[in-house]
Design a protein around this ligand. Structure first.
Ligand code: SAM
Length: 527
């Protein structure tokens, strides 16, 4: 397939106006160019001939629609403006392409130019900023989306993900080991970033890859792909949101890395599911196809004290003569509302984990708005429970070799680390005792979730219940602060050993530095 969609210019066999013939102004012996651009500040399509400068026909893309009349013939209906005002009538231009492929590529470029300009919020003819009504824009606050795509538009953050070799290496292995799933297939890379997964898919023999990326990273992806000559002919980068762009063909397989902290942070899984419904052929493959959130209660006295002690500052009754105690309770609650992101030793877990499965191939997008997980654990030791530890994994269900990417404690650390929800009120439990509760995730407009956690245990006749409300968008990134655990709390020593080890490897240059990312995390969350 030719990659004409990347270009802003097409050569068509002929054009003719539906109401009056254009043959007088356009010579039949010379090709007609159709050029997309934004010369007037709005997206436009210009038809013309090199020898006839000044006789171009200019169409306002935002006020136009394109219809297919045949495999190589289309009709463009466009509103007519005079002095920047709508006249209330339309013109129709019939376009004859060289072949069906040219026609498809043209349609793709038409929608892309229209969408890109709207996405970037350029002024409409009347001076207002376009209010696009895609599903993404309906759900997500504009300020959150702006920061989000600004973050991903920077190479250093893409590098951070690329340098997570557990992540990127697992994707590479999953694609290459399952090349039979990619060979000769049309692939869509959902949220392509630097384009790395598109390049993997092309390496595995994909017929064509559409790399969709909403941030400015799309421009870098084009550059990276152009610099890989054996692969670039089979990859088309499309800048825009997967909720908004149009593709010329359906995809046989989707590839994406939409996972955030706790799997669901960033709400990109919803875009992955929307892409499935918009682009994937029935029963097409998804890489990954399944995600699981794993949860288990943990005991970590040191972490609990660390969080509780953060609010001590507000106990002062005379801070430069000011009594800070009225805010003590709020500060205390504030610290416990932050999920903790770090790598912990699995021996801190006090019961076997349970899991919640999300099947990307069948889940409805709306089902990700609110996720309710009933909790039930059998405790194996006598201890104080300080909260719920969580991690996730995803499955690449390849036809040759199924492969899991895991972020479990004890497994090689990824830039997602693990997540712990710490309760301000610990629970006392005995071996064999049942712990029940709820873990409820409610999506919010800032591309994240509010977490509601309740754990209960009965000691004798007494029911203990502890609850917390946490904001997944505001985690406490703890992994870069190794703690000196006391020997009184033996299992925790190992937790820190892992961090310290990782740190020394980093210093020795033996492992790449992994920084949290919004997805991933830190910087975005703090913006
Ligand atoms: C976690 S990064 C993964 C990048 C790349 N696929 C990789 O594996 O290195 C997710 C990317 O998806 C993009 N993205 C998120 N939501 C999107 C949407 N609705 N439409 C298009 N791109 C989106 C982000 O800008 C970001 O570059």
């Amino acid at each position: 397939m030719e990659v004409t969609v990347k270009e802003n210019e097409f050569v068509v066999l002929s054009i003719s106006e539906v109401s009056s013939s254009l043959s007088t102004s356009f010579s039949k012996s010379e090709p007609v160019f159709a050029r997309f651009g934004s010369g007037s500040g709005a997206p436009e399509l210009r038809f013309g001939q090199e020898s006839q400068s000044g006789a171009d026909i200019v169409i306002n893309l935002r006020a136009s629609q394109l219809f297919r009349l045949g495999s190589a013939e289309s009709l463009c209906i466009s509103e007519v403006f005079e002095d920047n005002k709508e006249t209330g009538y339309s013109r129709g231009i019939s376009i004859q392409f060289k072949n069906e492929e040219e026609s498809r590529a043209f349609h793709c470029a038409f929608e892309q130019w229209k969408t890109e300009m709207v996405v970037q919020g350029s002024p409409l003819p009347n001076g207002a900023v376009s209010t696009s009504t895609s599903k993404f824009d309906e759900k997500i606050e504009a300020s959150s989306a702006k920061m989000y795509f600004h973050y991903y538009g920077q190479l250093l953050h893409q590098q951070n993900m690329l340098q997570d070799f557990v992540r990127t290496g697992t994707y590479y292995a999953a694609v290459i080991e399952n090349r039979a799933d990619f060979l000769g297939r049309v692939v869509v890379d959902v949220g392509a970033g630097s384009g790395i997964l598109s390049l993997f898919a092309a390496q595995a023999g994909a017929k064509h890859v559409y790399a969709i990326e909403a941030s400015e990273m799309a421009e870098y992806a084009k550059k990276l792909i152009a610099g890989n000559p054996l692969l670039n002919e089979r990859i088309t980068v499309i800048k825009g949101k997967v909720e908004e762009v149009e593709l010329p063909v359906k995809a046989d397989i989707l590839i994406s890395e939409p996972m955030g902290t706790l799997l669901v942070n960033e709400r990109m899984l919803e875009s992955y599911v929307i892409a499935r419904d918009r682009f994937l052929v029935p029963n097409g493959k998804m890489f990954p196809a399944v995600g699981r959130i794993h949860m288990a209660p943990f005991s970590d006295e040191y972490l609990y004290m660390e969080i509780a002690n953060k609010a001590i500052f507000w106990q002062q009754q005379s801070y430069f003569g000011v009594d800070l105690t009225p805010l003590q309770r709020s500060a205390y609650e504030g610290y416990f509302s932050q999920p903790v992101v770090d790598a912990f030793d699995p021996r801190l877990l006090v019961a076997p984990a349970i899991s919640h499965v999300i099947n990307f191939t069948s889940i409805k997008e709306e089902d990700l708005y609110e996720i309710e997980i009933p909790l039930k654990f059998a405790c194996s030791v006598s201890t104080r429970i300080h909260g719920l530890a969580c991690w996730f994994d995803v499955l690449f269900n390849g036809s040759t070799v199924p492969r899991w990417l895991t972020t479990a404690p004890g497994a090689p650390t990824t830039h997602w680390y693990q997540l712990r929800c710490v309760l301000s009120q610990p629970l006392y439990v005995m071996p064999g005792q049942e712990i029940t509760g709820h873990f409820r995730l409610v999506a919010h407009k800032a591309q994240s979730y509010t977490i509601y956690l309740t754990l209960s245990a009965t000691v004798g006749d007494m029911l203990q219940t502890s609850s917390g409300k946490l904001d997944l968008k505001e985690p406490y990134y703890r992994m870069s602060q190794p703690q000196a655990y006391s020997s009184a709390q033996e299992p925790n020593q190992l937790l820190q050993t892992q961090d310290v080890l990782t740190q020394s490897w980093v210093e020795d240059g033996l492992v790449p530095v992994q920084q949290p990312s919004p997805n991933h995390g830190a910087e975005l969350h703090s913006l």
